[in-house]
Write a protein that binds this ligand. Structure first.
Ligand SMILES: [Zn+2]
Length: 83
């Protein structure tokens, strides 16, 4: 059973759909029962979505992306939306 720390650690990989089916079940199971992690998940899901959309429309400058990476860590931007 995943705990909060584990869930938050795996959140980005979950959002990138890089986790195994069992792992996904554990994360989802935890999210269902934990509002804190649910909020973190929604925050990152929405953030990621809006970054993708903006990047596709070239609305994000490189400077902004760099600052974002500094704030959130490189794994957030793991796959380059421009590639
Ligand atoms: Zn939790």
């Amino acid at each position: 059973m995943a705990d909060c720390q584990e869930t938050l650690n795996e959140l980005h990989r979950y959002l990138d759909e890089e986790l195994s089916a069992e792992r996904v079940e554990e994360i989802i199971g935890h999210l269902k029962g934990c509002t804190d992690c649910q909020e973190a998940y929604e925050f990152h899901a929405v953030l990621r979505q809006s970054i993708r959309e903006k990047a596709q429309r070239d609305e994000i400058s490189d400077g902004f992306l760099d600052r974002l990476k500094e704030c959130l860590g490189d794994e957030v931007m793991g796959d380059d939306p421009n590639s």
